[in-house]
Design a binder for this molecule. Structure first.
Ligand code: NAD
Length: 255
């Protein structure tokens, strides 16, 4: 049984994590916090104020903090975890280079697992995209992602991960072109990137590889957010008790 603390508990993902955690028998919720005050119980859990986070960590001593908030707060939570030796799982996206460096710094003191996407289907998509990119070395590649209308960062963290995967195979693709307008002919060294925002879409990612007389389209559609919550809890379960370091969701899947 793993004791978890949940940050961003009243957000879309925080609610999913609490719902999934309270229906699983391999984890228990030690406490949950949210930046803005929340009067309601969520999945039967009281939502505490973020101001008391360090105190709550000391009092409850959870095994893992599961974080879906924003980049600045995720870094702050990782630092608090580093100070107390609590493992840290974050699904937050939109970190800049400094934020990533700060998370990595925290991983020198505690176990940190960051994933831009906790869906097993997206993990499979990443592998398929790498294989397809290698198999079609001359293809034009375009990436399109679609998310709900309240998503803050663009392109999505998952899109950026997929772009890194593609670029690791195709070193000739040196330019990311975000949308096109006006006179905008395509060059051979670019990857087109398109971010759509509409309604309550949980997340769709499509990688299109276009060659001569054939196209290959690889698409993942999230049915709802529960897949991300379940994946994050699988990661928390796996990370609990591990030594300080930087861990990857593929290690969870392959275990
Ligand atoms: P959201 O805006 O619905 O929720 C964020 C919540 O965090 C809000 O309740 C907000 O009040 C709270 N919050 C913000 N700063 C806080 C702080 N300092 N302390 C405590 N609470 C704080 O957003 P969301 O849709 O739940 O997404 C959250 C993050 O997770 C985003 O970065 C999103 O891109 C990412 N995400 C990742 C995955 C994945 O699988 N890795 C899946 C979905 C979303």
């Amino acid at each position: 049984m793993v004791d978890i603390a949940v940050t961003g508990a009243a957000g879309r993902m925080g609610r999913e994590v609490l719902s999934a955690a309270t229906s699983r028998d391999d984890c228990a919720v030690a406490f949950a916090v949210n930046r803005s005050s929340v009067d309601e119980l969520i999945s039967g859990i009281v939502i505490e104020s973020t101001d008391n986070f360090a105190e709550l960590l000391d009092d409850h001593d959870p095994d893992v903090v599961v974080d879906f908030t924003g980049p600045e707060s995720a870094v702050e939570y990782s630092e608090a975890c580093a100070e107390t030796g609590v493992a840290f799982v974050t699904g937050t996206t939109g970190f800049d280079e400094t934020g990533i460096a700060e998370l990595r710094h925290a991983s020198e003191e505690t176990a940190v697992l960051k994933a831009s996407n906790f869906s097993r289907g997206v993990a499979a998509l990443r592998l398929a995209v790498q294989e397809a990119t290698a198999a079609l070395p001359d293809a034009d590649i375009e990436l399109t992602e679609t998310h709900h209308n309240a998503k803050r960062d663009a392109p999505s963290g998952t899109a950026k991960t997929l772009l890194e995967d593609i670029e690791s195979v195709r070193e000739d693709l040196t330019e990311r072109v975000h949308g096109r307008e006006g006179e905008a002919p395509r060059s051979a060294d670019e990857i087109g990137v398109h971010a759509r925002r509409a309604g309550d879409v949980a997340g769709v990612h499509e990688v299109l590889l276009g060659g001569k007389n054939e196209t290959l389209s690889l698409t993942h559609r999230a049915g709802d957010r529960s897949i991300f919550a379940e994946g994050a809890l699988d990661a928390a379960d796996w990370l609990a008790g591990r030594e300080a370091g930087w861990y990857d969701f593929f290690e969870v899947i392959e275990s």
